[in-house]
Design a protein. Structure first.
Length: 311
């Protein structure tokens, strides 16, 4: 009988590798040329010869079986004429799903650093605003703070993303007002200048002698120009009698307060005129501005002085 080759290849799963090997054994026995023996040998047992291709197929099946554990399947190609055993690296690669292309192995690699998401809380100062309000209770050009401004505080929480210790993004997650800012209110005077009013009434000439009586006469005229009645004048007389005895040169030896209204320091009265140290009218004008701005009227200032001993 002539030699017949039945070496067709088939794609199989690991579950069929064993069956493929068995079929290869059978085919090897069938396709091997039969040597007809004499009748004397018919009773002897026949031992088929195993071809190298079958051995290689068995080796491949064994390698894949070792590399793939319970239930993992990988597609392989088996040829009865030329079955190449898989190396351990190839078997592991097929078991993990990687592909072998033209003899080169391609593997999946993941690059990148550690990404960390944290929260950061910061306190932020909210600056207060300032508004101005005009009032004729103050002489033109005068300014007075009616309400002190206070800065506010806001607590902000951010979600921060860092990669390899470097911040890559920051997003505000929460904002809470701890204390609201307080608006500052400043009064701006629009009223008449008391010094000009006193000069027009001739009070400066009355006070030139520096006596207490002439100073009080000048004060009465200035009070009237500001709309205060005689009761306010009487409170003023009592207040400054206690403070200085209406002496324009009076100076407190311990504090340094100076003049009829006992300004501390006396140089404050320079906002009215440069002759603050010698002119009773300058001192009275400044003193009435101070009383109106702080207490509203001479009688209120007198009541405060009676209560605490100073104004």
């Amino acid at each position: 009988m002539g030699r017949h080759s039945d070496a067709g290849s088939a794609n199989t799963t690991l579950a069929n590798v064993g069956a493929l090997a068995r079929r290869s054994l059978t085919r090897g026995a069938t396709n091997t040329p039969a040597h007809r023996s004499s009748s004397s040998h018919r009773g002897s047992s026949f031992r088929p010869r195993t071809s190298p291709a079958v051995l290689r197929a068995s080796s491949a099946a064994a390698a894949l079986a070792l590399a793939v554990s319970g239930g993992a399947y990988a597609a392989v190609q088996v040829s009865a004429s030329d079955v190449r055993p898989l190396s351990e690296a190839q078997a592991r690669m097929q078991a993990s799903g990687a592909r072998d292309v033209d003899g080169e192995t391609s593997a999946l690699s993941v690059a990148g650093g550690a990404v960390v998401v944290t929260t950061v809380t910061e306190d932020q100062v909210q600056a207060h605003t300032t508004v101005e309000r005009e009032t004729d209770a103050l002489a033109s050009g005068q300014r007075k703070v009616e309400t002190e401004g206070v800065d506010g505080l806001t607590r902000v929480t951010y979600q921060v993303v860092t990669e390899d210790g470097v911040e890559v993004s920051r997003e505000e997650a929460l904002s809470v007002v701890v204390t609201a800012p307080v608006e500052e209110v400043v009064l701006v005077g629009t009223g008449p200048d008391p010094q000009a009013a006193s000069a027009g009434s001739g009070t400066a000439a009355v006070a030139v002698d520096g006596s207490a009586a002439s100073a009080q006469a000048a004060a009465r005229d200035i009070l009237a120009s500001r709309g205060w009645d005689d009761s306010q004048f009487q409170c003023l007389v009592s207040l400054w009698q206690r403070e200085s005895g209406w002496n324009y040169q009076a100076q407190n030896p311990s504090s340094g307060a100076y003049g009829i209204p006992q300004a501390l320091p006396g140089s404050k009265m320079g906002t009215v005129a440069a002759d603050w140290a010698t002119n009773p009218v300058t001192q009275i004008t400044w003193g009435l501005q101070y009383i109106e701005g702080r207490y509203g009227s001479p009688c209120n200032a007198w009541a405060h002085s009676n209560s605490v001993g100073w104004y």
